[in-house]
Ligand binder design. Structure first.
Ligand SMILES: [Zn+2]
Length: 155
């Protein structure tokens, strides 16, 4: 085993500005920003609908096709968050406490991770497995999965 070297270290910072390409998933993010719509992708061979979308079906290895989803869905699982690290994806966008949930949009076979926002502390009375939710789009959208969140759909 090599002993640890006694290197001199100096704290420093590195700032990197770059443009990130969403590539084949660009239509999903463009629809969030420009149309306030959530797109899924459907496999033309097996019919599986992915949301979040995939450019290819993992089972059939064929290109998927875009389809709009209603933005309404069902909570599959929920966690109540009273604390999150500062870099948690939804943290800058919602106040604590909030619900972090797996939501399966109507017509989709897979689930999104997203925040479910309620207007009071009775989270577990309002959001649980089976709760119907609908997407709400932020006024300022940036092409991120956090451009929308869910609220209970109390039709
Ligand atoms: Zn398939």
């Amino acid at each position: 085993m090599t002993p640890m070297a006694d290197y001199f270290e100096l704290p420093d910072e590195l700032h990197v500005y770059y443009r990130f390409s969403y590539g084949g998933l660009s239509p999903f993010f463009r629809a969030l920003v420009e149309e306030e719509k959530i797109l899924g992708s459907r496999c033309p061979q097996c019919g599986k609908v992915y949301c979040p979308p995939r450019t290819h079906c993992g089972a059939c290895y064929v290109d998927t096709q875009w389809l709009p989803l209603s933005g309404k869905g069902t909570v599959i699982a929920a966690v109540y968050c009273y604390w999150t690290p500062a870099d948690w994806p939804v943290r800058p966008y919602v106040d604590l406490p909030y619900v972090y949930a797996l939501v399966r949009l109507d017509g989709a076979d897979t689930c999104l991770n997203s925040a479910v926002v309620v207007d009071d502390m009775r989270l577990n009375e309002k959001v649980r497995q089976g709760t119907r939710v609908r997407a709400v789009f932020r006024e300022r959208r940036e092409g991120k999965i956090t451009d929308f969140y869910f609220v209970p759909d109390e039709e």
